[in-house]
Design a protein around this ligand. Sequence first.
Ligand code: MG
Length: 254
Amino acid sequence: MIITSKEEHEILRESGRRLARIRDLVSAMVAPGVSTKTLNGEAERLIRDGGDVPAFLNYTPSESARPYPATLCVSVNDEVVHGVPNENPYILNEGDIVGLDIGLVHRGIITDTAVTVAVGNIDPKAQKLMDATRQALNAGIKVAKAGNHVGDIGAAIEKSVGNRYSIVRKLGGHGVGKNVHEDPFIPNFGTPGTGAELVSGMVLALEPMLNEGSEGVRLAPDGFTFKTVDGKLSAHFEHTILVTDGEAEVITKP
Ligand code: MG
């Protein structure tokens, strides 16, 4: 969406504040022995306690055959994104890395955020992958300003990653606010100065996904979970941002 009023701006900010708090509370629950189903239940409870609505629950993406059955996406290790936490729940193990992706609707405005967190002590290689993915997100945010283009975001992410990891090309960022997925699609690679022009007031969700191995992903039989084709690790970070004439405002900052 494009924010046109001060009132919408305030609702967006409040939506992001609430979502960031819940993301961080659920992240803090991550530990060996915890079930993905428990994380999902807690995320839904926290959203509803605030009087808001989970944005992903019952949302049917255009390419999906059925509505998404959970509040949270929980993607462990070689799962890239959209892992379903409450069908065949998984008990987290020491050394896993777990992506938590969550969205909520507050007074009609949707925000969307994701983090990847460590379960107990993890391999330093996994930590490096997570750090690189967070840095790539920050690099994209830095150039998401009015007058720049969608391709500038992808190019900045690519430059940040270098040849250390593969960038998932099948999935990417998107407009957000009125709907879970809006135009423009924002690839995590690109050419500076190309693609749609960014304008002040645009609400975007930037979300690089980096793989330790090849960039290939495949959809699991559940119709939602994307996994790496080679079984290697993947990490994902996401913020909702508001484009301005200067540096973007990060709506879902901690
Ligand atoms: Mg998203």
